[in-house]
Design a protein around this ligand. Structure first.
Ligand code: ARG
Length: 461
């Protein structure tokens, strides 16, 4: 036999070409699934014993062997062999080499097709919890900023043009909400990750008397997959997971864009800590926001990963196809990128300071209370469209006279509408504007304080 080192070598009369081994191997990235692979095998072996498919003694040998292998991997002593393709074969071969015939019984009623599906689900289940924690940390940073700067005012933008004044805290809590939805999405996606695939075997199930429910319970899966063919070909859960991560990355990237703008001299809204910026090798005066820039830049690879994954799946016939091995790198890279981004941004925010005087100053120009004036007219019974036109003319007048709305006299204002009275001035101030916005989800201090309390309760601060 020329292919004896392979666990599947029986049918082959020629040794696998070295180039083929190199081309098909995935061990250099799927070795990160070793813990999950071993956990799955431990549960599977336990079930095999219970079902009388292997003896208790064999089960014990398998168990000890697997635990030793895990230990070796953790200590960095285990040698992964590319010619053994993947994590499953590397571990199984090591087990057989170590304990002999009992090891050769582990793969009873199992295929790598359901095994890899299991490993990935176990892995993503754990990673979901880690991501949920990281997201909560980022949310926490926003709540802290919202608390610290409660009362501070800044311009709110649409089209990146000054639009209406808002509370800094309101802006911070906008991100709290965005990352909150990401958490919800992750939890939802976890429901579909959390289904036991093992027992689907190669594609059609098995004729051997296995107990899938027992394995599910051992591994903490609340459900067992329903259709063996669907199971081994299914990577929907991975797509969902990467899609959720892509949204997280987009949120990080939008935040980063704002941080880059805000820390520029032109805006001058925030001061990033020196310890979270970098300098220039030629321009001595520079302090660059490299962290947000890198996060923004890394969005490309995250979006790309999502594209690779869905494109890889697109044309696959049922059931398992080797193409599916290409799922892991995009999943892992997305996870690494997103979790590192979340961790660093939580820290950066904790060290960031708003320049409140400059922010307030920025609200004083740009006719940002124009909508308030229109709303004022509405309350004086002027139809909104008419009020809009009146205020439009008033703003045009301001531009001509180089004045802000608040600087106009009552006489000047009344040129545009008789409905305007002395009480108009309180609505023309920026604070008055902010404070009036008490609709649910609005930027008034009252509503923002409520939102902040709710956020604190949610995060158990
Ligand atoms: N390394 C493979 C993967 O990641 C494991 C399953 C291989 N199955 C097979 N029949 N070749 O998809």
């Amino acid at each position: 036999m020329t292919n004896e080192s392979k666990l599947w070598g029986g049918r082959f009369s020629e040794k696998t070409a070295a180039s083929v081994e190199a081309f098909t191997a995935s061990i250099h990235y799927d070795s990160r699934l070793y813990r999950q692979d071993i956990a799955g095998s431990l549960a599977h072996a336990k079930m095999l014993v219970r079902q009388g498919l292997i003896t208790a003694e064999e089960g014990e040998q398998i168990r000890n062997g697997l635990i030793e292998i895990r230990q070796e991997i953790e200590e960095g002593k285990f040698v992964f062999r590319p010619e053994l393709e993947d994590i499953h074969m590397n571990i199984e071969k090591a087990l057989v080499d170590r304990i002999g015939p009992a090891g050769a019984r582990l793969h009873t009623a199992r295929s790598r097709n359901d095994q890899i599906n299991l490993d990935l689900r176990l892995y993503l289940r754990e990673e979901t919890d880690r991501l949920l924690d990281l997201l909560a940390r980022v949310q926490h940073s926003f709540v802290m900023l919202a608390k610290r700067y409660l009362g501070a005012i800044m311009p709110g933008y649409t089209h990146l043009q000054r639009a209406q004044p808002v509370l800094v805290s309101h802006h911070m809590l906008a991100y709290y909400e965005m990352f909150g939805r990401d958490r919800e999405r992750l939890r939802d996606c976890a429901k579909r990750i959390n289904v036991l695939p093992l027992g689907a075997a190669a594609l059609a199930g098995t004729g051997l008397p296995i107990d899938r429910e027992f394995v599910a319970e051992e591994l903490g899966f609340p459900a067992v997959s329903a259709n063996s063919m669907d199971t081994v070909g299914d990577r929907d859960f991975a797509v969902e997971f990467v899609a959720v991560c892509t949204l997280i990355q987009l949120h990080l990237s939008r935040l980063s864009e704002e941080l880059v703008l805000w820390s520029s001299t032109e805006f001058g809204f925030v001061e990033l800590a020196d310890s979270f910026c970098t300098g220039s090798s030629i321009m001595p005066q520079k302090k660059n926001p490299d962290i947000p820039e890198l996060i923004r830049g890394k969005s490309g690879r995250v979006v790309g990963n999502l594209m690779s994954l869905i494109t890889m799946l697109k044309g696959l016939p049922l059931t398992y196809n080797r193409d599916l091995q290409e799922d892991k790198e995009p999943v892992f890279d997305t996870l690494d990128t997103v979790s590192r981004g979340l961790a660093i941004i939580a820290e950066l925010l904790a060290h960031m300071k708003f320049k409140t005087a400059r922010l307030e100053d920025a609200t004083q120009s740009g006719y940002m209370t124009a909508t308030d004036l229109a709303d004022y007219l509405v309350l004086k019974n002027v139809p909104f469209r008419q009020a809009h036109a009146i205020v439009g003319q008033t703003v045009a007048y301001c531009i001509k006279k180089n004045k802000e709305l608040i600087e106009l006299t009552l006489h000047e204002l009344r040129q545009f509408s008789e409905a305007i009275d002395e009480d108009v001035f309180s609505v023309l101030t920026v604070r008055g504007s902010v404070d009036s916005r008490r609709s649910i989800g609005g930027t008034s201090i009252l509503t923002v304080r409520q939102a902040l309390e709710k956020a604190e309760k949610e995060l158990e601060i």
